[in-house]
Design a binder for this molecule. Structure first.
Ligand code: CUA
Length: 359
């Protein structure tokens, strides 16, 4: 009988090891995981599979023992006795403390190795500064002095992100890159990634940061080095074109006024995009999709009649600088950040109001 028990335990142990090994190395997990789009994704996934293999074995032991006990020791018909009392078992306690301790130690060492590998210093890194705000990401390429709401990255080049937040804690997350890092106000966190797969992915926010947290999404475009350079030059070029337009010569005052007006509107629209207003408001002209705040389509007309005796532009300015001074019925106070007056100059607020007055 005892020999049979030992034999059964050996067979079960070998079977469990085989299953754990299969899960850790062979099992097709492509249905479960996003594609691997960075060099670190491969080693992070290996670590994940390793832990999944161990977890599978533990799950089978625990559930198997439970099912075995339920069947083997179930109450027989007519048996009214209590079970025999058990007063501890030192050998058992020792074993079930030692085994988890060993597993945790092995996973810690392995994880540490993975961490040093993915954070190993690489020369020639592309620096991208990133600012998170409710509810928008802004990326800045300091070498080219280009800012964007879309993250463009050249393939196979190591990027170092310098991440911070201007309001609450957000978390930078690109599942395909297997990266996640908190964006903390007053602090710059660094994150190193090497994209290895062309394509379009999404930056998501992985920290509950307010009512539109789930909509805090930006596009990531991984492209060839030459496409990236072209994009960067285009972005830098846009700024230059705007600067050239700022110095018109030999124009009549009417033309100058018209040019100035269109510049103000363009600036207002750029500010609307820069500050991510579309995360909370609908506006056809700038592509806003948010429903947290009132729609801004046709806002000029709406603003003119919303509050008796308050002119439209005054109303809009107040709505930007002191959003809780008047809250439109059906919407909540305390959602729109109240610090736009600190983050925008007076001219910028004016441009934004002017832009909205034309919607
Ligand atoms: Cu930002 Cu959630």
């Amino acid at each position: 009988m005892r020999e049979r028990t030992i034999f059964a335990l050996v067979v079960v142990s070998l079977l469990l090891i085989a299953i754990g090994y299969f899960v850790a190395t062979r099992l097709d997990l492509s249905w479960l995981m996003p594609v691997q789009a960075s060099s670190r994704a491969v080693i992070v996934d290996q670590l994940f599979r390793f832990m999944l293999g161990i977890a599978t074995v533990i799950f089978l032991i625990v559930e198997g023992a439970l099912i075995y006990a339920v069947i083997r020791f179930r109450r027989k018909a007519g048996d009214e006795n209590d079970a025999a009392p058990v007063h501890g078992n030192n050998a058992l306690e020792f074993v079930w403390t030692l085994i988890p301790a060993v597993i945790v130690a092995v996973i810690s060492i392995y994880s540490y190795q993975v961490l040093t590998q993915i954070e190993s210093p690489v020369k020639d890194r592309l620096v991208v500064e990133m600012v998170a705000r409710q509810f928008v990401w802004e990326f800045h390429y300091p070498e080219a002095d280009v800012s964007s709401h879309e993250l463009h990255l050249p393939i196979d080049r190591t990027v170092i992100f310098q991440i911070t937040s201007e309001d609450v804690v957000h978390s930078f997350w690109v599942p395909e890159f297997r990266v996640k890092k908190d964006a903390t106000p007053g602090q710059v966190s660094e994150l190193v990634v090497t994209p290895t797969r062309l394509g379009r992915y999404s930056v998501l926010c992985a920290e509950l940061c307010g009512p539109f947290h789930a909509g805090m999404i930006a596009d990531v475009v991984v492209e060839s080095e030459s496409e990236f350079e072209r994009w960067l030059a285009e972005q830098a070029g846009d700024d230059e074109i705007m600067q050239v337009q700022e110095q018109p010569d030999e124009q009549t005052s009417v033309e100058t006024e018209a040019v100035e007006e269109s510049q103000v509107l363009a600036e207002g629209r750029a500010l609307y995009l820069q500050f991510g207003c579309g995360a909370c408001h609908v506006l056809a002209d700038a592509g806003g999709i948010g429903i947290v705040g009132p729609t801004l389509d046709g806002i000029a007309e709406i603003a003119a009649s919303r509050r008796l005796g308050v002119e439209a532009n005054v109303y809009l300015q107040e709505s930007i600088l002191a959003p809780d001074a008047y809250v439109v019925e059906g919407y909540s106070a305390g959602l729109m950040p109240g610090d736009y007056g600190d983050r925008m100059s007076e001219d910028e607020v004016e441009a934004l109001v002017e832009y909205l007055m034309n919607q």
